[in-house]
Design a protein around this ligand. Structure first.
Ligand code: FES
Length: 86
């Protein structure tokens, strides 16, 4: 994964996603941000959050139901600057 940044809407904080973060959830955890999660595999939908700007990618289509604008941090890859509702 190339270097990219995640902007948090609430605080304006800018987090760096580095090559050792396999997904967005790992990036959030690496910056001591806790969000709810359970399966970490795209099944349960608990980690669901809203994407405000940019796009994320999935290596496999997640099974959890997603509405337009929602993403699953546990299984999505960040390859460009994004902003999320957190
Ligand atoms: S933790 Fe289950 S879908 Fe993300």
């Amino acid at each position: 994964m190339s270097c990219a940044f995640v902007i948090l809407r609430s605080s304006g904080q800018r987090l760096e996603c580095t090559a050792d973060h396999p997904n967005l959830l790992t990036t959030l955890e690496a910056h001591n941000l806790c969000i709810e999660f359970q399966c970490r595999e795209g099944y349960c939908g608990l980690c669901r959050t809203r994407l405000i700007k940019g796009e994320v990618h999935y290596t496999e289509k997640p099974l959890a139901f997603l509405q337009k604008g929602e993403i699953l941090p546990c299984c999505c890859l960040v390859t460009e600057e994004i902003e999320i509702e957190l």
